[in-house]
Design a protein around this ligand. Structure first.
Ligand SMILES: Cc1cc2nc3c(=O)[nH]c(=O)nc-3n(C[C@H](O)[C@H](O)[C@H](O)COP(=O)(O)OP(=O)(O)OC[C@H]3O[C@@H](n4cnc5c(N)ncnc54)[C@H](O)[C@@H]3O)c2cc1C
Length: 465
């Protein structure tokens, strides 16, 4: 595409479809194109045919119509945390949602409504100010929409389930350029598909979701030198399965870089670390954590905290970052699996990764189908395994990819039947993310609402077998 289209002509139906897209599209060679095409994950190279920055739903509809008229497809992107799962963009308009902002909270109804460009750091602090919590993940600058459409695994997950099942309504522009509102009573199939089925069904312009009456949590981290990995991992695995729903934790084997932005007690250290949150009063939380504290952690920051501080509990990198990762969802791990994991991610593994391995605790409400839930009503499996490294130079990229792959490949014998795709940063067989009935229904809905394959999504629901 070598022209600069600026208008779409008139549109025929739907409240948002009569606008043109006045700002024009950026194409290669335009000033700003090379900046605009960069996703949050700088390890992913994106070369779209064009880039749009619509400012409202009407402009989103205009971009979709313009793309259709130009025989292009459309990929919605908020931040680009999930850019690695998108694939080639040669015939694609990358629709950046960063201008679709706005957060409205209704404390009495415990609801939030956000524009598609909203990140968790835009929602969690104001909700916290009203004594409410959203089911956000571990990273402040992940987008609310991409995270929620893909499931949404939070520090509240084992108590309250996936974020997708707290979504109460969405507004989206469909393949014909129409703006529709979906909820339990309007377009229920599409509403079901969006809640866990990802971005294959349209461009979401606004999302509404339940907030939960949580103002504080007993939260923090425990850390030991990673020489103690075997002892700590063995205890945590025994503890995690039968733990009450009130607690959601993660265990990580980390090599914390010696960077000034890292907190002093962990800076430059190799540690085995357990962090998370307990939704219980202090005595009950202390009782729940006692088997872990028995192992005498060198660092123990668990205490009662305002819920909004959980947003930065995990010390995730903020701002554009070159990240390489791999992930696999696992079933209950037998004792022998500890040695397998430590061989590839423990102190003697020679791994180059900062997060040599992370296990996120599943189970509890995550494992029970949510009443009236969406395409991802529950998650199979006991843990999500994740390994990642920040790779500042291209020379380190191949090594980090190999090391991340080595971790998830070693644990393949313990794979759960269903995989959690939100934390899978690369292209994969998407069918493994769903139970067979949900997968068949998702495919039928995609074929009905986007028969021409207008939308390009991370972890797409395909039109053909
Ligand atoms: C550092 C880090 C920490 C993370 N922590 C967690 C976590 O704690 N829990 C968890 O569950 N996941 C986590 N994730 C995974 C994250 O939820 C997914 O990568 C998610 O897709 C990111 O959404 P985004 O909008 O920020 O990214 P984007 O790359 O912008 O979007 C990802 C995909 O979402 C869809 N999408 C986004 N916006 C729209 C829209 N407006 N309309 C339609 N589709 C859209 C598209 O398919 C797009 O390809 C983490 C990822 C990283 C890199």
């Amino acid at each position: 595409m070598n022209t600069h289209p600026t208008t779409t002509g008139s549109a025929s139906s739907g409240g948002a479809t009569h606008a043109t897209y006045p700002r024009g599209l950026l194409v290669a060679g335009d000033p700003g194109f090379d900046v605009a095409r960069k996703p949050w994950n700088l390890a992913v190279e994106q070369r779209p045919a064009a880039i749009a920055h619509p400012a409202d739903a009407a402009e989103v509809a205009a971009v979709v119509r313009l793309a259709a008229a130009s025989r292009l497809r459309v990929a919605a992107q908020a931040t680009g945390h999930g850019a690695g799962a998108l694939g080639p963009l040669d015939d694609v308009v990358l629709l950046r949602t960063s201008r679709l902002t706005g957060v409205a909270l209704d404390a009495r109804a415990r609801r939030a409504r956000v524009g598609a460009g909203t990140r968790w750091l835009d929602v969690v602090p104001p909700a916290g100010g009203q004594g409410l919590a959203a089911l956000h993940g571990s990273s402040p600058d992940v987008g609310v929409v991409g995270y929620s459409l893909g499931g949404g695994l939070s520090w509240y997950g084992r108590a309250l389930g996936l974020a997708a099942n707290s979504v109460t309504a969405a507004e989206l522009v469909t393949a014909d350029g129409t703006l529709v509102r979906v909820d339990a009573d309007h377009e229920p199939d599409l509403f079901w598909a969006l809640r866990g089925g990802g971005g294959s069904f349209g461009v979401v312009t606004a999302l509404e979701f339940a907030l939960h009456p949580i103002s504080t949590a007993y939260a923090g981290l425990l850390a030991w030198d990673w020489r103690h990995s075997e002892r700590v991992l063995t205890r945590w695995l025994d503890w995690a399965g039968p733990a009450p729903d009130a607690v959601s934790t993660s265990l990580r084997l980390v090599q914390v870089p010696p960077l000034p932005e890292m907190p002093e007690p962990v800076r430059g250290r190799a540690l085995v670390m357990i962090d998370g949150a307990v939704l219980a009063d202090n005595p009950e939380a202390e009782r729940i954590l006692a088997p872990l504290r028995e192992l005498a952690p060198e660092l123990d920051t668990f205490t009662r905290l305002p819920a909004s501080t959980l947003l930065r509990l995990h010390l995730e990198p903020e701002g554009p970052t070159p990240l390489v990762s791999a992930s696999r969802t696992l079933h209950e791990l037998p004792a022998g699996a500890v040695g397998t994991l430590l061989d590839v991610a423990g102190p003697d593994s020679g791994t180059s990764l900062q997060v040599a391995a992370e296990l996120r605790q599943l189970g509890g409400a995550l494992s029970r189908p949510a009443a009236g839930g969406g395409a991802l009503a529950s998650l199979d499996g006991a843990f999500v395994l994740y390994a990642c490294g920040v790779v500042p130079t291209s020379e380190l990229l191949a090594r980090a990819r190999l090391d991340a792959r080595r971790v998830v490949d070693a644990m393949a014998p313990f794979s759960a039947r269903q995989q959690y795709l939100n934390l899978t940063a690369n292209r994969t067989d998407v069918a493994v993310g769903y139970d067979p009935l949900a997968w068949a229904r998702l495919r039928a809905i995609r074929a009905a609402v986007d028969p021409g394959g207008m939308f390009v999504a991370g972890h797409p629901v395909p039109l053909t077998a």
